[in-house]
Design a protein around this ligand. Structure first.
Ligand code: PMT
Length: 404
């Protein structure tokens, strides 16, 4: 959820500021880009150097660096507009009160007032301060302004007292952010099933019939669907790239028959199914259980047809399911792909052609999206990751949103 997100982290003067270092590390680990703004008093608790090193970005705490030889102006508006989300952690009682009143006496406050993104606030203070009606009033006011408050935890406090008020742990803060981000996503609550990669059809224990699919296109689709909030199952052929995210459930298969079995078992539960795998149309009629010996006579291998998995799903598909196929064509692409769309009863078919920059193995692709009703949509050459995002945007999201 946080991958690629620009996070502006505001740190205020609380003993919990030391946890900001762990927070920055976790955010970076999740793929976020992090910039840190300190209040002047936060510098007594955590050093700018620590946070700059961990975030890989300079840390700011004042509008104008008096000690900066370049005399650079730190523009709060730029920081506020840069961020996809702003997180103030820890937020002291004093900062909560300023956030409510708009008392803009430091750079962090200037950024907060300029931010157009969602703002998350993780309070940290002693238990009596936390329970005080002023603090509770400020927290409820901040929620009314549309901010998100990450509840403080209970436990031992810096004062030696025990109770509510300590800042949520960095892991809890990151989970909170991820949950919130997920809820706003278009595919949250939807199940997406994707297949990818080649199939290997065994001839004997050491040889097979296969193809050059790397799995990159299907894996990119799986990652893109996950990033839109979907629960993703991926059925992956042999020797394919694997998704980076552990949240994608991967089932590894070898042959077309195994792929059929795995996909069929998951299809009923899927809201959206996309078949991007290059499945062998034929397999050897017989598996020879010992390595075939080389002789001078020609070797004949009888092939029999594999099931057409996409056509099988097309026949079984319910009206509330979206089924997307791929077509790999070397000639009359649009015409042949449209024939496949109808024959296999899919909602959409994505046409691509093999070349040095497209199709098998390449990191880029260019495709046409065909639904048989509207003009085909062309997605020009770009990375498979970007193509995958466009495919989901064009097909799944729009269809689910009811605009196609
Ligand atoms: O994996 P990469 O290296 O990233 O390459 C991506 C890709 C080129 C493999 C991918 O973009 C792609 O085009 N996949 C479909 C390849 C293919 O088998 O096309 P086809 O036109 O032969 O098949 C049409 C559709 O029927 C496909 O959705 C295919 O998955 C499906 N099919 C095919 C045969 C079969 N026995 N069962 C099927 O379900």
């Amino acid at each position: 959820m946080l991958s690629g997100k620009k996070v502006l982290l505001g740190v205020t003067g609380s003993i919990a500021a030391y946890k900001a270092s762990f927070l920055v590390r976790l955010l970076i680990k999740q793929g976020a880009e992090v910039r840190v703004i300190l209040t002047p008093s936060a510098r007594s608790f955590v050093t700018p150097l620590t946070l700059a090193t961990l975030s890989k970005n300079p840390v700011q705490w004042e509008y104008f660096g008096e000690n900066d030889p370049e005399g650079k102006w730190n523009n709060h508006v730029d920081f506020g507009l840069w961020a996809d989300l702003m997180l103030i952690a820890p937020a002291t009682a004093k900062t909560l009160s300023k956030l409510v009143s708009g008392n803009c006496d430091n750079l962090l406050m200037g950024c907060y007032l300029s931010a157009k993104c969602p703002v998350y606030i993780a309070p940290a203070m002693d238990l009596d301060m936390y329970q005080h009606p002023s603090t509770q009033h400020n927290l409820s006011q901040l929620k009314q302004f549309g901010n998100f408050v990450i509840p403080a935890g209970s436990g031992e406090l810096a004062s030696g007292l025990e109770g509510e008020g300590r800042m949520a742990e960095p892991e809890e803060i990151v989970s909170f952010l991820e949950e919130q981000l997920k809820q706003g996503l278009p595919l949250t609550g939807k199940k997406v099933l994707i297949n990818a990669g080649p199939t290997y059809e065994a001839i004997d224990p050491v040889r097979f019939i296969g193809n050059h699919s790397s799995g990159k296109m299907g894996v990119a689709l799986a990652e893109a669907a996950l990033n839109l909030g979907a629960e993703v199952e991926l059925v992956l052929g042999p020797n394919s790239v694997v998704p980076k995210s552990a949240s994608i459930k991967v089932s590894h298969v070898q042959s077309a028959l195994q792929m059929q079995e795995s996909v069929a078992a998951k299809f009923d539960n899927a809201d959206v199914t996309i078949l991007a795998a290059a499945i062998a149309d034929y397999r050897p009629a017989d598996f020879v259980d010992q390595k075939i010996k080389k002789t001078s006579a020609p070797l004949e291998i009888k092939l029999i047809e594999n099931p057409d998995i996409l056509a099988g799903l097309g026949a079984a598909k319910r009206s509330d399911q979206v089924l997307v196929g791929f077509a790999l064509e070397t000639q009359n692409g649009l015409e042949n792909a449209e024939k496949k769309l109808h024959k296999k009863n899919c909602d959409f078919i994505v046409l691509n052609s093999p070349s040095a920059n497209t199709g098998f193995g390449a990191n880029t692709n260019s495709v046409w999206i065909i639904d048989g009703k509207n003009e085909p949509i062309e997605i020009k050459l770009k990375s498979k990751i970007e193509v995958a995002k466009d495919i989901l945007q064009h097909i799944v999201y729009k269809r689910i949103a009811g605009s196609i």
